[in-house]
Design a protein around this ligand. Structure first.
Ligand code: HEM
Length: 400
């Protein structure tokens, strides 16, 4: 990651830090604008086959916000809202201010890889008179025995995922989206998350979660031959308006950190089946070596325990189920019970929730070794349309 200096911009070898003063920069460089840092200048395209924010590398800041349509708002109002939100997203992702009444919060910063991703919940379809076009993939998720779900912070008619590599840029987008909702939709719930900042590690690495584990190693990769098929709804599939789209399952999973942190390192590693330091399987190799699930130790027991999280969640254990996990960590202070209100805003993407999240969570819910240390507190399921083409808004193929 480059720090903001003017040395490279022909400013006579001056190397001011970020706090060096914008006026001094501009004067020295003959009023040429300062170059943005590598982080600030990151840009993700709004238009494309898929919406941004799914295969985009994980962001350091995220906001999730769900809305319910206002009483009386139907298909026409929803279409106008998606048109407004899409135009706004295209502007903000290009690093431009919102039209008219921009709050100024993101001034000075580049787009910082901002993405906005829009989804429709099950209830959106009945509220807009479109129940006949609701995809089967939005059938409610089954109840899992360990769920302790707060219905008010679950689901919603509309869902927006905001990600950026700068906290002010992400917050700016969050407020702009909320303001643009106008009288059409009101906030149902909102959550804030984070991941490691780009440049915090010497080289790009898989991120860690708040339990300290390397998390995300065995995700499907865009270079896998079956990646698109597993993550995106195919064109020619059902329903046609969702081609190029995906389903997002969103679970706020509290980590019982006081209990987790009291465990020995060995115990923590057995719970996952990987080493904490570098994510290597307990059966050896490097982070990306396959788990040797059949390998037995000197005691005759599997080296990767029978109830280890990585064993139970492996797609091979659930008929090839696959999902792309792209979560944020969250921390909202200390809860009423005196323990950290912290954990994972678990977001996973798949072409069909019944072949992605559901079979894996069914298995985990029978009690993998991690289960006693986590608690699913909210749940959301959203159909995320394909990306908008030039001149189109997100969801237009459903709403027009
Ligand atoms: C793997 C942590 C919840 C599905 C892993 C790994 C860790 C981890 C450390 C190993 C590294 C990796 O491959 O990414 C957690 C934590 C959770 C959680 C801390 C809760 C707070 C879930 C849930 C699901 C899930 C709810 C889905 C229902 C998976 C899958 C893998 C995995 C599919 C890859 C397995 C493989 O193919 O090797 N998880 N996980 N996890 N987890 Fe979780």
């Amino acid at each position: 990651r480059l720090l903001t200096t003017v040395g490279a911009a022909g400013a006579g070898g001056l190397a001011l830090g970020a706090a060096g003063g914008a006026a001094a920069h501009a004067a020295a460089a003959g009023d040429a604008p300062d170059p943005l840092s590598a982080v600030g200048s990151g840009t993700v395209a709004f238009h494309g086959e898929h919406q941004a924010g799914i295969t985009t590398p994980m962001h350091s800041k995220g906001h999730l916000i769900a809305f319910d349509l206002a009483p009386g708002a139907g298909r026409k109002e929803a279409a106008a809202l998606m048109r407004r939100w899409s135009a706004l997203a295209a502007r903000l992702m290009a690093g431009r201010p919102a039209e008219g009444d921009d709050t100024g919060v993101a001034l000075d910063a580049g787009p910082s890889s901002l993405t906005l991703t829009f989804g429709f919940g099950r209830t959106f379809f009945s509220r807009t008179g479109l129940a006949a076009r609701r995809p089967a993939g939005l059938d409610p998720l089954p109840a899992f025995s360990a769920d302790q779900l707060d219905a008010r912070r679950s689901n919603g008619d509309l869902w927006v995922q905001i990600g950026a590599d700068d906290g002010l840029v992400a917050f700016h987008a969050l407020r702009a989206i909320q303001r643009a909702a106008g009288n059409t939709a009101g906030v149902r719930w909102q959550m804030n998350g984070f991941n490691r900042s780009p440049g915090a590690t010497a080289r790009p690495m898989t991120t860690r979660n708040l339990m300290g584990q390397v998390d995300g190693t065995n995700n499907p990769r865009p270079s896998d031959p079956d990646f698109a098929q597993r993550i995106f709804v195919p064109s020619g599939g059902e329903p046609a308006w969702l081609a190029g789209g995906s389903y997002a399952v969103v679970r706020r999973i509290r980590m019982l950190l006081d209990d987790w942190e009291a465990l020995s390192l060995t115990k923590q590693e057995q719970i996952i089946g990987r080493r904490k330091a570098d994510g290597t399987p307990l059966t050896g190799g490097t982070e990306t070596t396959a788990l040797a699930l059949d390998e037995l130790g000197a005691d005759g027991k599997p080296v990767i325990p029978a109830n280890a999280h990585a064993r139970i969640s492996a797609p091979e254990q659930s008929g090839g189920a696959a999902m792309l996990r792209r979560p944020f960590s969250y921390h909202d202070g200390i809860g009423a019970d005196g323990t950290p209100d912290a954990g994972l805003l678990f977001i996973c993407w798949q072409a069909d929730p019944l072949r992605g999240f559901v079979p894996v969570q069914r298995k985990l819910d029978r009690g993998d070794a991690l289960s006693p240390f986590v608690r699913h507190e909210t749940s959301g399921l959203f159909a995320v349309p394909g990306g908008a083409r030039e001149g189109e808004y997100v969801g237009q193929r459903l709403l027009e």
